[in-house]
Design a binder for this molecule. Structure first.
Ligand code: UDP
Length: 406
């Protein structure tokens, strides 16, 4: 049993509490729907959560909606506009969105007791709910605290029909919706290839493969090439640091099938990097989990210099590997980075460079932050905690006035 293995990390009591809630859901069917099978945090979590739910005896399926280029351009613009960034609403955006909801709504079997719809891309599927008594939960992974009004109003028409919703941080709570809102931060899987301990020899082998020198300090950011992740800001940070310390930068990004902007942003980043041999901009296939693991754990400092962020799984991934993290002061990152305890929060390139230099020069402090980070993640951001929270949200949506512990 997979779940047994987690007991060593989280303790038997925690595991028991998960099993106890799962028993209350036995016999029910659960469906998760999102818009990409790989790439990005949502697919990462679902690939772990779905097998665990099945193992607990709850029949759980995962389905991915399909769309054409026009649809994903629209949903990417929604994503940008909802997180209050730049982005143009393509012409006929709402019609394109509705058209693909209808196609997917007719194609997919959505006949489950509990349906979790992840993010805005498939949110309109609620119009295709058939089964009487089934409960639909909108799971929002992005920052919707300050959304573009027109897009939000459009989306709200769908969201208000859900039975409940889940946000990643209390700061994303909405006062303009009348449905229950659960706060469930995302999580990482400590047993996955991406996060488990690996032998030094493997670390050296991979560093060597990508021509990274293990004897000089490395700073790393692992993120899709998305402007909200500020890859150009990462390059600028590196350049400021490089004036003082002979550091290397590894920026690892992989394409996600629902993100049409990746290539443009990659080009912008390449241009900002110039021809510095100590900058490695790697565009690896999704599921390059071993590489992610190696580059996170061999970094002296991990950056997550996001300007907007739903949660930022990469922060927890790095903290779990006892790395100090310097992250943008936005979205769910402050849940993970406690300034001076597990890392530092920054708003500018200069601040990011300042703290990077500070940590490169004070290894004992970097080590202490990393050690604290590991415990912070153990207590709050492991998949088992998220699994329990999902089960709880499902149960409380089914039986709103019940007492789960009775
Ligand atoms: N990731 C990856 N390879 C890459 C870039 C990202 O495997 O080249 C993973 C990363 O390790 C993390 C997820 O994709 O597990 C990104 O999740 P996050 O919440 O940080 O950002 P999102 O992409 O969902 O905005």
């Amino acid at each position: 049993m997979m779940l047994e293995k987690y007991a060593q990390i989280i303790g038997e009591d925690e595991l028991d509490s998960i099993i106890k809630i799962a028993e209350k859901l036995k016999g029910l069917s659960i469906l998760h729907v999102n818009s990409t099978p790989a790439g990005g945090g949502v697919a990462e979590i679902l690939s772990k959560l779905v097998p665990l739910m099945n193992e607990l005896g709850i029949k759980t399926h995962w389905k991915v909606i399909r769309g054409d280029q026009a649809f994903f351009n629209v949903t990417k613009s929604f994503h940008n506009l909802l997180q209050n960034g730049k982005g143009q609403l393509p012409e006929g955006a709402f019609e394109t969105y509705k058209k693909w909801q209808e196609i997917n709504g007719n194609e997919l079997d959505l006949d489950y007791d509990i349906v979790f719809i992840h993010d805005p891309q498939p949110a309109g599927l609620i119009e295709f709910r058939k089964k009487a008594g089934s409960k639909w939960i909108w799971r929002c992974h992005i920052d919707i605290s300050n959304p573009h009004e027109q897009v939000w109003n459009f989306l709200k028409g769908y969201i208000s029909k859900y039975d409940s919703m889940i946000i990643s941080s209390p700061v994303f709570g909405r006062s303009d919706l009348n449905i229950p809102q659960f706060v469930i931060p995302p999580s990482i899987d400590p047993l996955s290839v991406k996060n488990r301990d690996i032998p030094d020899i493997t670390v050296y082998r991979i560093l060597n493969k990508f021509d990274v020198d293990p004897d000089r300090p490395i700073i790393t950011q692992i993120s899709r090439f998305d402007r909200f992740k500020d890859p150009v800001g990462v390059i600028q940070t590196y350049k400021l640091v490089k004036r003082h310390v002979d550091v290397q930068l590894v920026y690892l990004g992989s394409p996600a099938s629902d993100d049409p902007e990746g290539e443009i942003v990659y080009k912008e980043t390449v241009e900002a990097a110039g021809n510095d041999k100590d900058i490695k901009l790697l565009m690896l296939p999704p599921n390059s989990d071993l590489e992610v693991n190696v580059f996170q754990r061999s970094a002296s400092v991990v950056l997550q210099k996001s300007i907007k962020e739903g949660f930022g799984l990469t922060v927890s991934e790095a903290l779990w590997k006892r790395r100090p993290v310097i992250g943008g002061n936005t979205g769910g990152i402050p849940l993970q980075i406690i300034p001076g305890i597990t890392g530092y929060l920054v708003d500018t390139v200069e601040e990011a460079a300042h703290y990077t230099l500070f940590l490169l020069r004070h290894k004992e402090i970097a080590d202490r932050l990393g050690k604290n980070g590991r415990e912070h993640v153990r207590n709050n951001f492991l998949i088992t905690r998220e699994l329990r929270d999902y089960l709880m949200a499902a149960y409380l949506t089914l039986y709103p006035s019940s007492n789960i512990l009775s």
